[in-house]
Design a protein around this ligand. Structure first.
Ligand code: S3P
Length: 214
């Protein structure tokens, strides 16, 4: 068999294995602003043959206004209440790849729902990488301040210990999206099965790829 078609078959096998493994659960991308949850999530869904859903987008549809307007007109706490509700609803619609806003995983209720109905994948970015990306756009209400870098630093301090509870961690960095997607797929394929049956994956390859699994 030609090498290229063998590679394609392997990719299809892996996607099928992951779909089987997750059943009706969602693959939920978490991480700070600029981690690439939407861009990576879209490609991941495409590779796995799953639907892609962006929670922020769904919140905007449900509210009939942009996230900036929700923050400005109703405040952050109302946004958080809506975010919890929308994510709880979306999690009932798996299997799918679900990208969440940076603050979503900080809600205990949302973490519990993801724990039951999803697999959490943390896209972990360094301050430099994240700042390099968020600077290019100005639609994020939390960063509309004189010192967005200080805000990001504070959020990293507050949120990284919580994000660390994710099932899988992949380092988000400035490489081709397909590389990150490949690392998520390898980590998902090598995950501990709920039944306890574990697919053997050499530890070294997970470390080399910059991923960790739980
Ligand atoms: C937020 C992140 C945003 C959006 C909102 C609040 C946060 O989503 O949900 O502006 O608290 O970090 P992204 O992480 O997709 O930018």
């Amino acid at each position: 068999m030609a090498l290229r078609s063998r590679k394609r078959d392997n990719k299809n096998d892996q996607a099928g294995l992951i779909r089987k493994q997750i059943g009706t659960r969602s693959i939920v991308l978490i991480g700070l602003m600029g981690a690439g949850k939407t861009a990576i999530g879209r490609r991941l869904a495409n590779r796995l043959g799953l639907e892609f859903v962006d929670a922020d987008n769904e919140i905007e549809i449900a509210a009939g206004k942009s996230i900036s307007d929700i923050f400005a007109e109703h405040g952050e706490s109302q946004f958080r209440r809506g975010e919890e509700k929308v994510i709880a609803r979306l999690l009932k619609c798996g299997p799918q790849v679900l990208a969440t806003g940076g603050g979503a995983y900080m809600s205990e209720a949302t973490r519990a729902n993801i724990g039951e109905q999803g697999v959490a994948v943390w896209l972990k970015g360094s301050l430099d990488v994240l700042m390099g990306r968020v600077k290019r756009r100005d639609h994020r209400p939390l960063l509309k301040t004189d010192d967005p870098e200080a805000v990001m630093k504070r959020l990293m301090d507050e949120r990284y210990p919580v994000y660390a509870g994710a099932d899988i961690t992949v380092e988000s960095r400035d490489v081709a999206h397909d590389i990150i997607v490949g690392e998520i797929i390898s980590a998902l394929a090598g995950r501990k099965q709920p039944s306890g049956a574990r697919k053997k994956t050499p530890r070294r390859s997970a470390q080399q790829a910059g991923t960790t699994r739980k």
